[in-house]
Design a protein around this ligand. Structure first.
Ligand code: UN1
Length: 498
């Protein structure tokens, strides 16, 4: 399906695809699929002001009613799952199964948020003073700025949006300039959900289309109390510092450098499948992609041989074909970064299998690659950087403690996994002295997390948590209230004053 057909199917005006000077291209073949108009500084300022007004109304709507709006939005996502998936495929290059899987994550978080809208629980706390009540209430926060990346062009926004909306906030979304059509489609469906929902104020959710400067404007604006940003560590370092400068809150979901440890007792069928999905799924462009493996030396040759066989048989090509497993990289820059990483590995004595550009004759303007395996040499030196491409560094280990130490010896701390059938090894990996990541799995790969858990990581990954569990608290302000229902004024800590 082309962009015009997708817009038609979603009930959108296809004229919106043309008229601007910002070209949007598909990574499938490099063709320009839209020309959009971006927001200038005045438009951004006006949208932030409107968001403040929308928030003032929305926070008064009871949370279960706010949940009802998210329920309606989730219904539209269900109805249009295949079309939205096709748009993700067209604009981000994901294979069909992963495009639709991304929409399923959105549906799941909507369901979660609807339930949550009746469970924004605070605590009551025992007061030390007689006839006093002490409690904690969670209140809406304000306009929430969401900055998202190309690789999950819809779902990352939805994790933030579904929670932020039931928490009583308004939304400002600055999507990646590489995937604005996905954002426009989501915005359209959200507005449809709002259309016959009287309590929803105009401007409750707004899009800010633009480049880096728009994100930085959001980061600097004191009217936006929370910025949730997903992207590179370099981006997060800037956004986080600027938000902190004005005492705003931020949720940072930055780079990963995720590894899998394969222990001697592992079920190798499971391990190899998980490694391949983690390393080459989404062409290695997930923040949870598997970038390193540590394999016990007793099984290292067998595992690497099986990986090489699996890699040699990977169907690479048009992501719209149902048989394709590896689609294109997002753009030429991604290819250059992959080539640079592989060149650095070779210079350090590493052995590289794969990594070549493929299908360039058929699509000179698109960037498909044979996923790469890197073995040996000084590969460890350059594997500390996240390269957003299908490059897997393979290491061997002798002792589990050593593997865990090397596993943790990178700046990032997002996702991690161990494959083992030995409960002692599994527990050591999950212990306080084990993996230092926000996500640690046993016999489950590094990518493809469910929405029910809190999602995010430590260290240079930014420390933020999105999605399930109690991540919603990041989207609200906590108020501690002490109520005195006595006729005395006892002071805390037994202080006497006058
Ligand atoms: C991302 O790449 O930014 O766990 C998010 C996963 C997906 C989310 C990835 N549920 O791989």
């Amino acid at each position: 399906m082309d962009a015009a057909r997708i817009f038609d199917t979603l009930g959108m005006d296809r004229a919106a695809l043309d008229g601007g000077d910002w070209p949007v291209s598909s990574p499938i073949d490099g063709a320009v699929i839209a020309r959009l108009t971006l927001d200038d500084a005045a438009a951004v300022d006006a949208k932030i002001a409107r968001s403040v007004e929308a928030f003032a109304q929305w926070r008064r709507v009871p949370a279960p009613r706010r949940g009802e709006l998210v329920r309606r939005f989730g219904g539209l996502l269900r109805r249009h799952k295949a079309t939205l998936g096709a748009l993700i495929t067209l604009e981000a290059g994901k294979i069909v199964a992963e495009g639709e899987g991304e929409v399923q994550e959105m549906i799941d978080i909507c369901d979660f948020a609807v339930g949550l809208s009746r469970q924004l629980y605070g605590r009551t706390i025992a007061s030390e003073r007689p006839d006093h009540a002490l409690r904690e209430t969670w209140h809406p926060l304000g306009p929430v700025g969401v900055i998202s990346a190309f690789n999950f062009p819809m779902a990352v926004w939805s994790w933030n949006a579904a929670l932020a909306i039931v928490c009583g906030n308004s939304l400002l979304w600055k999507p990646s300039e590489k995937t604005p059509l996905c954002a426009i489609a989501c915005q359209h469906l959200f507005e449809q959900a709002m259309a016959d929902f009287d309590e929803a104020p105009e401007g409750l959710s707004q899009l800010l289309l633009g480049g880096r400067e728009v994100g930085m404007t959001l980061a600097d604006d004191v009217r936006v109390p929370l910025i949730s940003a997903t992207g590179s560590c370099a981006m997060g370092r800037q956004v986080g510092a600027r938000v902190a400068q004005r005492f705003g809150k931020s949720i940072l979901e930055l780079g990963g450098n995720n590894a899998i440890i394969v222990a001697p007792s592992a079920n190798l069928d499971l391990a190899v499948r998980a490694i391949v999905f983690g390393a080459v799924g989404t062409a290695g462009q997930r923040c949870t992609s598997t970038r390193r493996i540590f394999v016990h030396q007793s099984i290292y040759p067998a595992v690497v041989e099986r990986l090489q066989q699996a890699y040699a048989a990977l169907p690479i090509g048009d992501p719209r074909e149902p048989s394709t497993l590896v689609g294109p990289l997002i753009d030429a820059r991604a290819l250059t970064q992959m080539e640079d990483a592989l060149q650095a590995a070779r210079e350090q004595g590493g052995k590289v299998v794969g990594g070549e550009r493929v299908l360039a004759d058929r699509w000179p303007g698109a960037y498909y690659v044979q996923p790469a395996l890197v073995e040996g040499g000084g590969a460890i030196d350059n594997s500390v950087e996240e390269t957003f491409a299908p490059v897997l560094y393979c290491f061997r280990y002798d002792a589990l403690d050593e593997a865990i130490a090397r596993h943790n010896a990178v700046p990032q701390g997002l996702s991690s996994a161990i494959f083992t059938t030995d409960v002692r090894e599994a527990e050591r990996f999950l212990a306080a002295t084990g993996s230092d990541c926000g996500i640690a799995n046993v016999n489950v790969g590094t990518s493809g997390a469910e929405i029910g858990g809190a999602f995010g990581g430590e260290k240079a990954t930014g420390g933020g948590r999105e999605s399930g569990s109690d991540a919603w608290r990041g989207y609200m302000r906590r108020q501690t209230a002490t109520v005195n229902y006595s006729d005395e004024l006892p002071l805390a800590q037994g202080v006497r004053f006058g």
